[in-house]
Design a protein around this ligand. Structure first.
Ligand code: GTP
Ligand code: SPV
Ligand code: MN
Length: 620
């Protein structure tokens, strides 16, 4: 582990003594104190700990969790400052069926969300949260999404009875006194409440991963609140992430004229040193983290990472669309992350990382499928059971994850946390499609781009409960994350486009790294070679190459895609770009069916796009 050795180690282990942060003495926090008292009265924790975000506090929390058997400290020789958490086998991913939008009117949640009547839901929540923190510590975590005080940033407070969630939020967001000063100064803050739903009776022994079979992930868009009960995992527990930075922020963005998106954010630098900013929306476990950490295989190109999961986009006074990554860390999929696919991620994970549901090596390091080509001879799997390559089951859970600070990424942009963000040149929409969708398609204009975004479908992955591989509509990769009616969301995208200068708006493309040949193999090498697609896109936006019109959008001329050094054959290329009018007409029928769910609320401009698509396909 040469990389680890070049970085300072964490502090030596100290004694295990719980620390309880003091209630901060800042004027102007009366509303926060009152809210914390109210939640404490409801959930009845044994103690309240005000989290200050300090290193000492974090070290103490981690030591406590190790002492309680909730984290396994990894061997510092290999993985300094790093830990393994193993969740309950029933709590391994986001639970979309238990995720609710409790807007006053059902129509404001729309047909793609589970709606709950707010008063009724509040009553239900009062019931399940009553006494839910008994015997536990309630942590109060003030956090900022985006740099503290930044013009595009928003703040919130999470109360939680999960120390694992506190440690994760400490990596994923900016936590600390600066946020309290903003609250005290009167900045609006979002209230988020989290309980694993596992109160402890006096003297009762705690379990490794407390959670509850009954789960509620509830959003109140009118009052900008989140209540999450029963799960300790990922987006269900780190409420700043999907609950706040996407579902609640999408509502704030609708009202304020900006967009909260499930997008990675990168800066691509061409051989001449010109920089371009690219944001890309792909559904969960469809390649955002990998593209965010791209190492181009074409000489002279470089990529700097700005964000890997969420971007907030706001039209600037200059007519461009400006983007920030509101997060401060990566909560990335472990399986498939290896030296041959994403060496940047592997290097990022040298230490100071919390791993969840990966396998443990006998030497105290971690392993997951795809980290190395050869699996170790023996492991302890994610459920704590002995494992060998002959076991016939994955050693790491397919949705096992790493939580690590963005600053540790070796190719992070120097200005990744610049408060004003970066101006976007390109937006990509993509999904996991074995058939039909070409490697890359260019939208003819903004509205056509919005149409492409609205029609994205993708094969389901392990990132959420459901049947893996099943094709589903996932417009803008936001299906599980849009806090309001998606038809209105499409309309909002069109409106935001109208605020941009037409020659300065980002150009929109659809991509698909996952098309398969008739033999079932991926036709495109993916990963570092995805830079070849971006290279073409950039030459397009600079007006250097013409494109070929097709019924579904513009395609590259075969000679314009730089394939030097790949083993992509002409036959593969033909298959990668094949547009079959018959199956595309079927896609159009499915789009019509999908749009019909919205009872006439889909913007007319998108219905027009669908009609013209059919017109072009029928004549192809
Ligand atoms: P979330 O964190 O759930 O939002 O996922 P994500 O969109 O960041 O996906 P991620 O980059 O973690 O990739 C998920 C899986 O897709 C991993 O197993 C990757 O190895 C695989 N993957 C990513 N990029 C490519 C690619 O270009 N080609 C192929 N074939 N697989 C890819
Ligand atoms: C996703 O599912 O898109 C994730 C993981 O990024 S979680 O934070 O759990 O939603
Ligand atoms: Mn995601």
């Amino acid at each position: 582990m040469a990389i680890a050795d070049t970085f300072p180690r964490t502090r030596e282990e100290g004694p295990v003594a719980p620390v309880y942060g003091l209630k901060p003495e800042v004027d102007g926090l009366a509303e926060l104190y009152a809210w914390v008292d109210e939640i404490a009265a409801l959930t009845q924790p044994e103690r309240v700990h005000w989290v200050d975000g300090s290193r000492a506090e974090n070290d103490a929390l981690l030591r406590e969790m190790v002492a309680e058997g909730k984290l396994i400290k990894l061997n510092p020789e290999w993985r300094p400052g790093s830990y393994l958490a193993r969740s309950h086998p029933s709590d391994v991913a986001r639970t979309e069926a238990r995720t609710f939008i409790a807007s006053e009117k059902a129509i404001d949640a729309g047909p793609t969300n589970n709606w709950a009547e707010p008063a009724e839901m509040r009553e239900t929540l009062q019931g399940v949260f009553a006494g839910s923190m008994r015997g536990r510590t309630m942590y109060v975590v003030p956090f900022s999404m985006g740099p503290v005080g930044g013009p595009l940033s928003h703040i919130g407070v999470q109360v939680t009875d999960s120390a694992y969630a506190v440690a994760s939020i400490g990596i994923m967001t900016r936590v600390g006194a600066g946020v309290l000063r903003e609250i005290a100064a009167g900045k609006h803050w979002v209230k988020t409440v989290h309980s694993v739903g596992a109160p402890l009776a006096p003297g009762e022994q705690d379990v490794e991963w407390p959670c509850n079979d009954e789960k509620y992930i509830v959003h109140f868009p009118e009052t900008l609140e989140v209540w999450s009960y029963g799960s300790g995992y990922g987006g269900n527990a780190i409420l700043a992430k999907k609950c706040f930075a996407l579902r609640i922020a999408s509502v704030i963005g609708r009202d304020e004229g900006w967009l909260a998106e499930h997008m990675l954010l990168i800066r691509v630098i061409d051989p001449a040193g010109r920089a371009y900013h690219v944001a890309a929306a792909f559904p969960s476990a469809c390649g955002k983290t990998n593209l965010a950490m791209l190492r181009p295989t074409i000489p002279g190109w470089r990529v700097e990472t700005l964000g890997d999961d969420i971007a907030w986009l706001r039209p600037g006074e200059d007519g461009r669309l400006w983007a920030i990554n509101p997060e401060a860390g990566f909560f990335g999929v472990a399986p498939g992350t290896g030296e041959s696919t994403n060496v940047t991620a592997v290097e990022t994970l040298w230490g100071n990382t919390i791993f969840t549901n990966v396998a443990l090596r006998p030497d105290g390091d971690v392993w997951w499928e795809g980290l190395t080509d050869e699996p170790p001879a023996e492991l302890t799997d994610w459920e704590g059971k002995p494992w060998t390559p002959a076991s016939g089951r994955p050693a790491a859970h397919p949705n096992s994850r790493f939580t690590v600070s963005a600053a540790q990424c070796p190719q992070i942009a120097g200005d990744w946390d610049a408060p004003q963000g970066v101006p976007l040149d390109v937006i990509l929409f993509g999904g996991r499609r074995a058939t039909n969708v070409p490697l890359v398609v260019e939208a003819t204009d903004w509205t056509h781009g919005v149409f492409l975004g609205s029609t994205i479908s993708s094969e389901r992955t392990a990132a959420a409960e459901g049947t893996v591989g099943e094709l589903r509509r996932d417009p803008f990769a936001m299906l599980p994350f849009c806090g309001y009616n998606m038809a209105d969301y499409f309309g909002h995208w069109i409106e935001v486009g109208q605020k941009l200068r037409f020659d300065r708006a980002p150009r929109i493309y659809q991509v698909n790294w996952f098309r398969k040949g008739s033999d079932g193999r991926f036709l495109w090498p993916g990963f570092g070679d995805n830079a070849r697609v971006i290279d073409w896109i950039i030459r397009r936006i600079d007006g250097e190459v013409p494109a070929v019109d097709s019924p579904i959008g513009r395609l590259p001329r075969p000679q314009d895609l730089d394939l030097d050094g790949t083993d992509v054959t002409q036959a593969d290329l033909d298959e990668l770009f094949a547009v079959d009018p018959v199956s595309w007409l079927r896609e159009a029928d499915l789009t019509e069916e999908f749009y019909a769910k919205f009872d006439g609320r889909i913007p007319a401009a998108l219905q027009t796009e669908l009609a013209s698509l059919r017109y072009r396909l029928q004549r192809a």
